[in-house]
Design a protein around this ligand. Structure first.
Ligand code: NI
Length: 174
């Protein structure tokens, strides 16, 4: 890997270091590995807020009896269009559905739409996992994407204003 490690000194309170070391011990590995993971997570979080190309999974558990919820969920997914790559739907029991939506697009847009969905009445549980789709190129990911070219960790321009979406009157999928 052509990305050499750099050593640097870190100062922190001894009580904090003690607690940190306990975490490091519990998860195994070294202080350095644990610090690198924390740094990576913080960098990713900052990138995601700015808007980078990202892949995401949105996991939802919702009550499909709640009025208009299924229609609203369908509507948001249609608004996202090509950004939705795949959806898995399982009818958990009489009331509850589990849905996993795999998305690919601009991180801040995906986050905003996920927040919209998670705030909907009838969505009982849910979480979005976002991964910046890029960052520093590593040898493991230096292959050509062939007919699927895309940039890595490019800060994207703000999204174009979406046209207001007309309320669909379609029947839900189930
Ligand atoms: Ni269902």
């Amino acid at each position: 890997m052509n990305d050499p490690l750099v050593r640097f000194g870190v100062a922190m309170e001894s009580s904090l270091l003690e607690q940190f070391d306990a975490l490091v011990e519990a998860r195994g590995g070294t202080r350095s590995e644990a610090l690198r993971d924390l740094a990576r997570a913080a960098v990713t979080r900052a990138q995601v807020e700015k808007g980078v190309e990202a892949v995401a999974t949105l996991t939802l558990i919702y009550d499909h009896h709640v009025r208009d919820l299924t229609e609203k969920l369908t509507e948001v997914q249609h608004e996202l269009g090509d950004a939705v790559r795949s959806t898995l739907h399982i009818h958990l029991d009489h009331d509850k559905c589990l849905e996993i939506v795999v998305m690919h697009g601009r991180s801040d847009v995906l986050q905003a739409q996920a927040d919209r969905i998670l705030a909907m009445k009838g969505v009982l549980h849910g979480a979005l996992e976002l991964f910046a789709h890029g960052g520093r190129r590593s040898p493991a990911h230096s292959h050509s994407h062939g007919s699927h070219p895309h940039s890595h960790a490019v800060i994207l321009p703000p999204p174009a204003k979406r046209a207001p979406v007309k309320r669909a009157r379609n029947k839900p999928g189930h």
